[in-house]
Design a protein. Structure first.
Length: 207
């Protein structure tokens, strides 16, 4: 059965954040709230966590995983960012955007797109996720919690606990969560391509 952690969304209790990060380091899989619905999270090196995310969401190996980064400096260690992309990302982060970019050698191969060698990255706005990332000291492997047959991410911790009780290790409750996922923008080619329209304004990336 999954543990249920109730953490304050704006002033996360350090003791509970530390418990959550300890669980991540112990290769546990968490369901946690972001600025764009709930997501599944695991430590980068957690091979089983990656596979569990694919199973829960019924996704194949072509799925673009995302690295949840604390800030732009951290993001720059894991993806190659040219000048044009730098300006675009800088202008709208932190916020509800996911960017697909060429991965650096810091990214485990199994997390890259098999053919393109790309990975998703995002910098969240929520204090809770920022606190988790600061304590963790590295990006977190993440994927929006959109279940098979559904189009929007989950927003209620207790519902997730009920439905995924034996598939995740911890469910984090942290107040009200929006149901709109991130806007996904592929910046790996010369021309930006909006792959999914979500909470972030896509117009700045559309010609």
């Amino acid at each position: 059965m999954a543990r249920y952690l109730d953490i304050h969304p704006d002033n996360p209790q350090p003791r509970l954040v530390a418990q959550l990060v300890e669980a991540l380091r112990d290769d546990q899989l968490i369901a946690y709230p972001t600025d764009s619905g709930y997501a599944l999270g695991a430590q980068l090196g957690n091979r089983d966590g990656r596979d569990r995310i694919l199973r829960i969401r019924d996704l194949d190996e072509k799925h673009h995983f995302t690295l949840m980064c604390r800030d732009f400096a951290q993001l720059g260690h894991f993806v190659h960012v040219d000048n044009a992309s730098f300006r675009s990302i800088k202008a709208c982060t932190p916020g509800p955007y996911t960017f697909i970019l060429p991965a650096t050698r810091e990214v485990p191969r199994r997390l890259m797109h098999a053919k393109k060698k790309t990975v998703g990255v995002r910098i969240p706005e929520t204090p809770l996720v920022q606190a988790i990332l600061e304590e963790l000291g590295e990006p977190m492997l993440t994927s929006t919690l959109i279940l098979p047959g559904e189009t929007e991410p989950r927003t209620m911790g207790w519902e997730i606990k009920e439905e995924l009780d034996h598939q995740v290790d911890i469910v984090v409750e942290a107040g009200e969560v929006t149901a709109t996922p991130t806007t996904v923008v592929d910046l790996s080619e010369k021309v930006p391509e909006v792959m999914r329209v979500g909470a972030g304004d896509p117009s700045r990336f559309e010609e």
